[in-house]
Design a protein around this ligand. Structure first.
Ligand code: NAD
Length: 481
């Protein structure tokens, strides 16, 4: 079995007490690699390495342009290693190989974009209202950034933090999910190969419930950038509050895809299906509710079920597979429990509804693409994040009702709108309480466009110009002349 080490201060190391854990392949259900199981002392040495690197001339004296050049070199290496990393992610995480190759070939763009921004961070001269005084601002990095990431898109979600944080001049302690550490460690090797000074990027692997709180509360950490579930996010926020640490939180969602009677139905069907079943529903932006206008409801549901039924489920390493496994055993159990809850609540099962036993699924952890119709907006299946291939379809009668239902959850991450009316599209884009609104499309993201949540879906923005501000602090300098 392959044995990985962690990256601390430029060295590949085991956990200080030599503990490890196994990481499993969700398609075969078997362990394939051993990962160091860090303890508090490992977190301490990673934070110390990051703090030392932040202050060391090797990093703090580097010009912003030189920092940008290093990040660009990393992006080049990422491009040449994209397919190899995709294979590892598919084995460790069960993500579809075709999706991973696409994601990894696009990922370098985040690093090129933020590398380009590194030397465009400028302060301002303020025309101050006091005679004989000169006042200007400096934009400074925060220091050590703790990046904590989930298992569902491990490298992309880390990239959204690492690229702007490094460009702004911070150093990093990255704790990937215990369910997706292998690709993170392979990624770490590329920072080394690119020539980043030791300690600028550190990776500690281990369990959130063992080292998460220690990392978040660590006095040597200056900023927390967290993506994960909203309960964990709450705990991170509370702990960070004790020491007034700035946080970026990217949390859960219960996003609605709203299909109006004037939508192009074929497009809407494809958008709703890929919105929920891509990555087997294990994405924060999953369109897990479809709100469908009553006048097209029966026709739309028939077309949707017919299309979703054709999805090829099975081996994620095959190019033609469309629905892969569930990444973790606990997640598999959670999804099946939600299906029972939906049945018990009286939602009507229109497709799927159980663990997949298709021979193509082998011993893997699969759930059939599942569709519930006639879901009430207050049912748990319409309110709570399932994080699996389970769609709740809710009928509506008017635009106002669609807005009320769409906004009627604690979340506000994303929404989709399917209509040919420009007036309706613009009205919906204004009234939907969500950080991203897609009109006649779904799931598009770019390094250039800000991403983040309204309400309980999070705080702060990743990607785009706004993201670099999350990793800078403004200083006002006064000179009596
Ligand atoms: P999770 O909250 O269980 O874990 C996320 C990370 O936090 C992991 O690295 C975990 O080890 C760590 N962690 C666990 N307990 C901790 C603690 N007490 N203190 C500090 N860190 C701790 O989430 P998950 O199950 O890995 O991921 C799924 C969740 O992530 C879903 O809710 C999903 O919506 C959310 N997500 C959000 C976005 C977004 O951008 N908004 C993107 C992807 C996933």
């Amino acid at each position: 079995m392959k044995k990985y080490q962690m990256l601390i201060g430029g060295q590949w190391v085991d956990a200080l007490d030599d503990r490890t854990f196994d990481t499993e392949n969700p398609f075969t259900g078997t362990a394939w690699a051993q990962i160091p199981r860090a303890g508090a002392r490992d977190v301490d040495r990673a934070v110390a390495a990051a703090a030392q690197a932040f202050n060391a001339p090797s990093w703090s004296a580097l010009s912003a342009s030189a920092r940008g050049a290093l990040i660009r070199r990393f992006a080049d290496l990422l491009t040449t290693n994209a397919d190899r990393l995709a294979d590892i992610e598919t084995r460790d995480n069960g993500k579809l190989i075709a999706e991973m190759r696409g994601q990894l070939r696009y990922m370098p763009q985040w690093y090129y974009y933020f590398a380009g921004l590194a030397d465009k961070v400028e302060g301002r001269v303020i025309p101050i209202d006091k005679p004989g005084v000169f006042n200007f601002t400096r934009e400074e990095p925060l220091g050590v950034v703790a990046a904590i990431t989930p298992w569902n898109s491990p490298l992309m979600l880390a990239t959204w933090k690492l690229a702007p944080a490094l460009a702004a001049g911070n150093t990093i302690v990255w704790k990937p999910s215990e369910f997706s550490s292998a690709s993170a460690l392979e990624f770490g090797a590329l920072f080394e190969e690119a020539g980043f000074p030791p300690g600028v990027v550190n990776i500690v692997t281990g369990f959130g419930n063992e080292i998460g709180e220690h990392l978040v509360s660590h006095p040597g950490v200056d900023k927390i950038a967290f993506t994960g579930g909203d309960r964990t996010g709450q705990s991170v926020y509370q702990i960070a509050a004790r020491s007034i640490k700035p946080v970026t939180l990217e949390l859960g969602g219960k996003s609605a895809n709203i299909v109006f009677e004037d939508a192009v139905l074929d497009d809407a069907v494809k958008g709703v299906v890929s919105g929920i079943f891509a990555a087997s529903g294990q994405t924060c932006i999953a369109g897990s509710r479809a709100l469908v206008h009553r006048s097209i409801y029966p026709a739309f549901v028939d077309a949707l079920v017919a299309f979703a039924r054709t999805a090829r489920i099975g081996d994620p390493s095959r190019d033609d597979t469309q629905v892969g496994p569930i990444t973790t055993r606990p997640q598999l159990a959670k999804i099946l429990e939600y299906i029972e809850i939906a049945n018990a609540e009286g939602a009507k099962l229109a497709l799927g509804g159980k663990r997949a036993t298709d021979p193509a699924c082998g011993e893997g952890w699969f759930v059939e693409p599942t569709i519930f119709t006639d879901v009430g907006p207050k049912m748990r299946i319409a309110q709570e994040e399932v994080f699996g291939p389970v769609l709740a379809i809710i009928p509506f009668e008017s635009d106002e009702e669609a807005i009320e239902i769409a906004n009627g959850t604690i979340y506000g991450l994303a929404a989709g709108v399917w209509t040919q009316s420009i007036t309706r599209a613009l009205t919906m884009s204004q009234k939907l309480k969500a950080g991203t609104v897609w009109i006649n499309t779904y799931r598009a993201v770019s390094y250039m466009s800000p991403f983040g949540g309204f309400k309980r879906s999070g705080i702060g923005r990743e990607s785009g110009l706004s993201a670099i501000r999350e990793y800078l602090q403004e200083k006002s300098v006064w000179i009596d002349i």
